[in-house]
Design a protein around this ligand. Structure first.
Ligand SMILES: [Zn+2]
Length: 332
């Protein structure tokens, strides 16, 4: 291309930027693969990645820096590899919402993750969890407070909870709303359950125990309890999975078993989610891995809820993550 004062990236720099992040989009909220086989022929690949300029190639463009020389503008240091959708997104409103510092941060994190994955031979582990939860049905309050603190959020006026969350009436609603609001704003580093392959592999095992996992799956439920009528002390977990209330999910690599403490269930309706008539319940959330035994992963839920979906968002709010695929000349 011409007309940008020779500030476009060379093909070599474009592929270097892609290779340094393993052809995954560098946006921490996206991270999708940008390359794959063509649907039509075994001779070609499909590519939706782009090497985007951090500071614009041309005057007046997004984040343009008059201080840069043309060489600097077309150098790898001024590029970030993104999927077509994110590349378009960062340049909207002339890049106002995506300052250069933010993009440099994304790039740094994506390259570090790729480096770690490359050296260790493990898949990229830390993904960012920012699932929009439409409705929270379980909040382990002390644990979620801790995660919020780690992310720089101190939640004010959380009442002391001694019994069932369900019995706190109006206060439960306030607590739920506070956490729900915060969960849409903070990033919690987690491993997506779909990325875990061989949990018992010793190479992984140490990384897994204590790690936070995220999920959005159909769970089966067992030993669900009814909403307590009395304000008595909540039941204590026995540690025996045959007796304790738990939810579980299975794929071809693992079984995720999550015993939960019913005192953290938010409402009487939510108790029903843990005893669904269909036998299965879609849940999204976060949990801490307590143990790995064979292909079984035992985890303790931090927060559970229903995922937001386009229909709910149409009613209750917008999503900022609509994905479209764009292909342009800058495609790699
Ligand atoms: Zn992306």
């Amino acid at each position: 291309m011409t007309g940008r004062n020779g500030a476009n990236f060379s093909p070599k720099i474009r592929s270097t930027l892609a290779e340094r992040v393993g052809y995954l989009c560098s946006n921490p909220h996206c991270r999708i693969p940008t390359i794959g086989p063509s649907d039509h022929t075994s001779e070609t690949a499909k590519r939706i990645g782009r090497a985007a300029h951090i500071h614009a190639a041309a005057k007046g463009g997004p984040r343009y820096s008059p201080q840069q020389t043309p060489e600097e503008r077309r150098s790898a240091a001024n590029g970030i590899f993104l999927c077509g959708n994110c590349a378009g997104m960062i340049d909207q409103n002339n890049g106002m919402e995506y300052p250069a510092e933010m993009l440099l941060d994304w790039k740094k994190i994506a390259e570090e993750e790729q480096k770690e994955a490359f050296i260790s031979g493990n898949p990229i582990f830390s993904s960012i969890w920012r699932q929009k939860i439409h409705y929270l049905n379980y909040i382990n309050i002390p644990r979620l407070e801790l995660e919020c603190l780690r992310n720089g959020y101190k939640i004010k006026n959380i009442p002391k909870i001694t019994g069932w969350l369900y019995h706190m009436g109006q206060q439960t609603g306030i607590i739920t709303a506070s956490f729900q609001g915060i969960l849409t704003r903070i990033d919690i580093a987690s491993i997506d359950i779909e990325k875990i392959r061989y949990p018992d592999d010793n190479k992984y095992k140490d990384n897994l125990i204590g790690a936070i996992i995220s999920f959005n799956e159909n769970f089966r439920t067992k030993n669900g309890v009814h909403p307590p009528v009395l304000r008595g002390a909540p039941p204590t977990l026995t540690g025996d999975i045959e007796k304790d209330p738990h939810i579980y999910y299975e794929n071809s690599f693992l079984k995720l078993i999550m015993p939960y403490d019913p005192r953290w269930i938010t409402t009487s309706t939510a108790f029903g989610d843990f005893r669904p008539s269909s036998g299965q319940q879609k849940m999204t959330g976060l949990a801490v891995i307590k143990n790995v035994a064979g292909s079984n992963i035992i985890a303790s839920p931090i927060v559970l809820g229903f995922p937001s979906n386009p229909l709910m968002e149409a009613f209750y709010g917008r999503t900022n993550n609509v994905r479209t695929i764009s292909i342009s000349e800058d495609d790699i």
